[in-house]
Write a new protein. Structure first.
Ligand SMILES: C[S@@+](CC[C@H](N)C(=O)[O-])C[C@H]1O[C@@H](n2cnc3c(N)ncnc32)[C@H](O)[C@@H]1O
Length: 284
């Protein structure tokens, strides 16, 4: 039984189990996390993270937010419920010889950490998608020092997420019956896609001076294959959507993506797909 199950946090049909995240950990580290660095640096700048400060990353994956924080000179603890993600993250800490960063396996709903410990606590595309987000946000606030900052980075409206529309368009080219992602309710990934809902959740978690900045993730894709690798390794949902397709249908999807990206690219090298992002910050 996972810690979430012990706590009675239910896994609904849209929640990927920890094993599904373990399975994409290596691909996440290779294809996805490196593309998030500009967004992570922007968010850490907005939260005012400084060298020497103690930074906690919750649902850290392979370090999309914690590695940029460590490169800034912060002392970093990165946590994730997936031991495979933490192993990937530790390999990168080792490769880059980042002296003040380490990882620990931990469920976001129940942080095994003391109250009032961290200067800044953050989560990028992590606490965004957990089933009991209010509980996970209260945990982030609990372990932050009074006067410290809490940072949550989450996707904005799914209607404007271009990689999603490209991928679903390619899927519909081989499976015209596919109706798209559910929208009532939408997947948990989009529970705070409305900036006002995010703001309220941060206030309800006990934060003051809450502000939500809107930004964008910009990902460059040079081929259908490159986009395929990114999407399939970014979230287990993508693998579930194509699970029933044959190898041939999957190859056709990559060709369709190739064509869509070529049409989008202005200089025949890379197409840039954007997604709206909400960056919520509050003070404890
Ligand atoms: C989309 S990835 C984001 C990873 C990373 N924060 C980044 O910016 O690259 C979502 C992460 O949330 C983790 N996760 C999902 N549910 C979790 C939970 N209940 N507790 C801790 N981590 C969780 C997954 O294992 C995965 O690493």
């Amino acid at each position: 039984m996972t810690r979430s199950e012990e706590l009675g946090v239910t896994q609904d049909e849209h929640t990927a189990p920890v094993e599904a995240w373990d399975a994409i950990a290596a691909g996440y580290g290779r294809h996805v996390a490196p593309t998030e660095v500009p967004l992570a640096n922007e968010a850490l700048g907005l939260a005012g993270l400084k060298a020497g400060e103690l930074f906690l990353d919750v649902a850290a994956g392979t370090g999309g937010l914690s590695l940029p924080a460590a490169r800034l000179g912060a002392r970093v603890l990165a946590t994730d419920w997936s031991s495979a993600m933490i192993e990937e993250l530790e390999a990168r800490i080792h490769e880059e010889r980042l002296p003040d960063a380490r990882g620990r396996v931990m469920d976001a709903h129940s942080l095994d950490l003391e109250d009032d410990t961290f200067d800044v606590t953050g989560s990028q595309f992590g606490v965004m998608l957990v089933p009991d987000q209010p509980l996970a946000l209260r945990e982030m606030v609990r372990v932050t020092k009074p006067g410290g900052r809490v940072l949550l980075i989450a996707y904005g409206s799914p209607a404007k997420i271009e990689f999603l529309h490209f991928f679903i368009g390619a899927l519909q080219a081989v499976n015209p019956g596919f109706a798209g992602l559910p929208d009532d309710p939408p997947p948990l990934e989009f529970q705070v896609s409305d900036a006002e809902v995010l703001r309220k959740r941060l206030v309800e978690a006990g934060l003051k001076d809450v502000r939500v900045e809107t930004s964008a993730e910009r990902i460059e894709f040079r081929s259908g294959q490159e986009m395929w690798d990114w999407v399939l390794n970014s979230n287990p949902i993508a693998g579930m959507l194509i699970a029933d397709l044959t190898e041939e249908q999957q190859a056709t999807m990559r060709q369709v993506l190739d064509g869509m990206l070529r049409e989008r690219s202005t200089d025949d090298t890379a197409a840039v797909l954007t997604s709206p992002v909400n960056i919520g910050i509050g003070t404890k």
